[in-house]
Unconditional design. Sequence first.
Lengths: 316, 316
Amino acid sequence: MIEVEGLSKRFKSKQALSNVAFTAEDGKVTGFLGPNGAGKSTTMRAMLGLIAPDDGRALIDGTPFVKLRAPMRAVGAVLDAKSAHRSRSARDHLLALAYTNGIPQRRVDEVIDMTGLTSAARTKAGRFSLGMSQRLSIAAALLGDPHNLVLDEPINGLDPEGVKWVRELCRYYAAQGRAVLLSSHLMSEVALTADNLVIIGQGRILETTTVGKFVAEHSTRSIRVVTPEPDKLHAIFANASQVQVVSDQRTPADPPIGEVFRITGADLVAAAHVFARAGLITYELVEERASLEEAYMALTHNQVEYQAKPAAEVTK
Amino acid sequence: MSVTTTNAEAASAAVNRSAGRRANRWNRRIRLSFLGSLKAELLKLRSLKSTWILLGLAAALMVGMAALSAWTITFMATVDITTGKTLDHPKPLAAVDLWAVLASSGSTAALVIGIFGVMAITSEYTTSAIQSSLTANPRRIMFYTSKSLAVALYALASGMVGVLLASGVLWLFVHGHDVAALKGDQWRIIPITVAGFPLIIMLIALLAVGLGALTRSTVGGVSIVVVLLMVLSSILAIVSMAVSQVSWLGTLAYLTPDMSMNNFLGASIRSDAVSSVTSQQNYWIPEWWQSGLILCAWVAVAWIGGLTVTAKADIK
């Protein structure tokens, strides 16, 4: 279990963390979500003693990381894809890490095998692709068969097979009663893997919830209708105050003719029946769910540190 | 309350038992230790090509310098300096000159050892390997001490090999010449050369580790090493010679690391084979043992400075 209690950290002019507190429970995958520069990496580094917080602390199974008897047994961490000396072979890199904690050589070969690096074990880490480096970092994290996993954007650079493997690894570790903290800036990724959610923006925790609750709260249903008779459509719902009918932008998936509307607050089956009775012509009638990504973007929109201008404005 | 705790403990023990028997066999032996950390640092240095190139270069420079000086001495012994004609019977060589040659053969090598020491620690920062090193071993003082010890051991070995090879080369040149024995207190040049020389090389390596840790940048660390081991003493000596009123700057020159090193290895014995400005000057010049202490002070300041930075620095 990882407990983060009131972490605050200021770097020169920037308040990187403000009173960050959450718990990554045993047996659960905790998704740590936030835009770039929100403080995910800083929080993880503070947990592992790489950054000294101005205030607050983090406990790993009840003990600060730097005081653990066997740090690699307690926490396996992937903080950066590139975390090995470029001129050192993958195996020597892992062996050196293993020596510090008295982990036997046999385990080094085991993790090399598990991460699919066997054929590259003697290759220098500097010649690895991003995906291979990521696998090497994961191999290092697994060396101590740790009780807690701390993974900072572990799927960056991985191929689809590698991504699936990391997901399964997280689920497997959690199923064994261990705590997994997984950071990402992609809601879709976290929603697939995590049980709990911690959302951070500009160094503050915005929401601590579970994936299930977040989905239930934020995925509103709506009906998408394309019709050549907009007046008739408005007339149908004129007296239903709970139903909202708004024009929507046409997407490539929509028919090229008719007008596009989004209807919220109405049931699909009931609406279909009403349309049939009223003789409304529809070219498209489909139920949509606002994606989790949209909900997450809405939540973090004001917290985004590095905001790009819309593409249209850039190309002007 | 205690019953619940016991039950919980029993349950977690059961989970642990099922977590894999093979893992459990070595789990208990896993722990962070200084010896493990030292073993890891030795492996880290051994597994880099740059280590072998720099240490090999250092030893080769010692041998090369000794060969060059030995050739000069033996050549000078065969010619009449006033007429420039070759003598029928070469003049006997002074043993003290030969020892002095041996002792002074390391000053160029010291620079290479300095670069080795700086890179041993700065490469951790420049390659981000520091992240994995400090998550495996978050006890930073232990990390820094074990790395320093590993660097010191390699430097010591390089110094010993260098002095051994250099004496072999010297013997080859001197073979067949008459050698005048050491007189009076000149005997002390033997232990100073045999034991002092490798120790000095080791101290220079530790000085460099400290400077590397202070700057955390290869360019910065190497620049300071070059300034301390080459530039500073020359500037001070030149200024003190040029401006007679500030000749005490000459004393300051003797306080620099490279002059301390050379003065210590010179054992305060006058030898014609090694250029020396010692006796004619009107400013204070430290004795050989005082120079040894001055060098130790330099090393202590740099190393402890490096320790402080390593213990406190945030790894972003």
